[in-house]
Ligand binder design. Sequence first.
Ligand SMILES: [Zn+2]
Length: 457
Amino acid sequence: MYTNTIGALRASTRRFSTSRVSASSGLQINSERLWNTLHQTCEWGATHRYGENPTETGMARLTLNDDDARVRQWFAGEVQKLGCSLSIDQMGNMFAKQAGRLGSPAPMIAMGSHLDTQPRGGRYDGILGVMAALEVLRTMKENGFQTNFDVGVVNWTNEEGARFPKSMCSSGVWAGAIPIQKAWDLRDIHDSSVTLRSELERHGYLGDIACSSDPATGYPLGAHFELHIEQGPILPENNRSIGVVRGAQGYRWLTMTVHGKDAHTGTTPFSARQDPLLASSRMIAASHDIAKKHDALASTGIIKVPSNASTNTVSSQVTFTLDIRHPQDSVVYAVQDECLKAFEAIASQDGKGVSFDWTLDTDSPAVKFDDDCVASIQAAADKLVGREQSMLMTSGAGHDTVYTSQHCPSAMIFVPCRDGVSHHPTEYCSPQDCALGTQALLEAVVHYDQSRAEKEK
Ligand SMILES: [Zn+2]
């Protein structure tokens, strides 16, 4: 049954591989092998069936569960078959390295992403990035192609933060942004007796090298490229097939607490009320308008009233979250300032007014990726699809590359996914787009490797 599906897909992937890609590396990835490998490995963790086709399921491969351990084991075997050396650090990050022609001691050019998923995740988020990287190495190997510098693949542990609640967890530790003890101590959200460290130990993934970019103790990288599905609608809406990702937007998370006074809804006229829920709803609506004006995003994901609230009582207090995002930090600040001003005005608008205070929960500045990495990806995109089929983008979500970019030149490639849907079982990236992204990854890495060699000459 499985092979039938692959057979049906074959026609389209073949058509793609012969007509659209003319590669400057002279190499051609095997789109059919990529597709088959990706879906075969998704048997570890497949669930949430939504269609008849064998590949029409979602995934629940949570970090360091038994399925994650199986796919890791498989990955280790595959890279070793290719002659790669495999290193595992103390967060279970897996680094596979293919030796370069020059025998240079410089850190490898890495292609990385993650094999873990959300509990109701899909088959492409993260997984595509690792499978594409593996396909690039396979293609190089079978063609006897050697890069100048070492190249390799990284499987970052617990990117999703779904089972152990900290996203981009182990690239964060690697980058020095998250203390390792804090990461090790993360508890399974359903079973507090299990920690991330105890699961690393159980599966044999508590490696002996430091989780660090420090060349003396850890595993430094010379560059980091990540292919990822876009997880949004911008590429398809603009009819583009490759996103050249030059950074990630900044964001600030605030919690607003609005104080009012409980009152009987039948006996208290509007003029006598201090209604925090009414004020909060006006504030949320205002934040939307302000963000829109700045071409930014503002969102409220959580709103809370006291648990003893009732239908016929004006609430005493409301807390709500505010998540503000934009590629430029100055705009994030401007939106925040305008929101706070607007909230002041709103607070005195109705009845006897309300008061509010706020806390800053997260401040994540905008990230700008490396110009040379971006240029290599742009060169690859120009070769493969032309300027009119690619676009410069800013990532709306966090990725491991955001952390690697703090310590090595980094950038990302986006490919479209159906309807922009992600973190959902029906997440889908076509065989053509998977292959195109993988070919772009290969070209970008080869381009970067050649530029690096020329620079060092
Ligand atoms: Zn991801």
